[in-house]
Design a protein around this ligand. Sequence first.
Ligand code: CMC
Length: 432
Amino acid sequence: MPQSASLKLDDKEYPLPVLVGTEGEKAIDTRKLRADTGFICYDQGYGNTGSCESAITFLDGDNGILRHRGIPIEQLATFSDFVETAYLVIYGELPNKSKRKAFGMLLRQNAAIETQMQRIFEGFPKDAPPMAMLSSIVASLAAHYPSLATNNFEKDLANFDLAAAMAISKVRTIGAMIYRYQRGLPYIFPKQDLPFCDNFLHMMLSEPYQEFIAEPEVARALNLLFLLHTDHEQNCSTSTVRTVGSSAANLFTSLSAGICALSGPLHGGANVSVVQMLQAIHDEGDDGTRFIAAAKNGSKSNRLMGFGHAVYKNFDPRARIIGKACEEVLNKLGKEDPLLTIAKKLEEAALKDDYFLSRKLYPNVDFYSGIIMRALGIPNSMFTVIFAIGRTPGWIANWREVASNPKGRIYRPRQIYIGPVKRDYVPMAQRG
Ligand code: CMC
């Protein structure tokens, strides 16, 4: 492992420190480069830029590795649950019995949305995009609980446990209320005695009563979905939360910004596109051959949705877990979904095709997650909201890391300006 690096500009050499993470990830520290040389680093979209040091999640895309606080995602998916994994991601350790109980209690006590906040919903049209509603209502938490959202790191960290539990619990309640509001159905309030996922199903689907929500497999599958989305290193929404948080903005405001970032189809919205694609294949009576052929012509608009990943270039470990769970859930619920059959055939065909193999394009987490959600009675419009509920603990952990870093600085990248050089203002009468 090199211990030092240098940059040579003409004849002059500038030493650059080398950083190495606990899993051997290497970086060249360029923080002083501009002061020393007048040069900045250019890395459009930050694809090769480490924006922070973080102790939360380790991701090795070449080898399909994802670990939270050191623990492999496969072990968490098998032995843990969403609430425990949320605790691990936020606080750094698995909770002992009493800490787990106290955390669960705090979540239960802070699930409800107060009457004044409920009125915010009425200000939205019934067909408002759910993610637009979610981000606005989460932002309003800062207005409703100003003592937890002072925009002062020290004070907000002193109230962090309560603010974090409120955020996790209320984001779920708001999600369920958005579902009800859009359908003109009366809200169902959270029950203190129900576990996290059962409570979500209760608030969303128990009136009119839908029998299938009582099946333990349903809450278990939802638990797995939330757990697999808990955190994913410095993706678009998490970097957004860190960026906003770095200005000392409070937790709720930063989370709201993360929800906005997640709403885009290139990030949290891909699971909707996968189901739409599978549905189109089904409606056309095709076996996917046409879609595979179209995906290979290089156009971005024809891509095989649910395939490929910005950092996983071998396999997405979450996709393996979710693909297996998808079949199990449908079997246990005795449901058949023609879209699952299409998805499996499509995967099989693509994975034999040199185009996908040579570009290292494999199914990602979104390839099967939409099919599970359909089986759980969750409509397409709510898929990204489910992603946001799952990702909230990861955002919270990242906000906390920013807020507690005494050496942290505000996120403020630079740019290469390519606009006009200096010119004079022209009065209106002289303009052509
Ligand atoms: N279908 C067909 N071709 C593809 C696909 C695809 N899904 N993805 C990438 N390619 C091709 C691309 O055209 C390029 O080909 P060439 O080398 O001939 O120009 C090559 O593969 C490399 O593509 P890239 O754009 O450099 O890959 P990327 O790593 O920058 O993009 C991606 C990653 C996820 C944006 C892309 O794979 C994609 O658009 N996938 C479909 C959308 C999707 O499923 N998104 C969910 C991502 S997982 C959710 C999350 O974690 O937020």
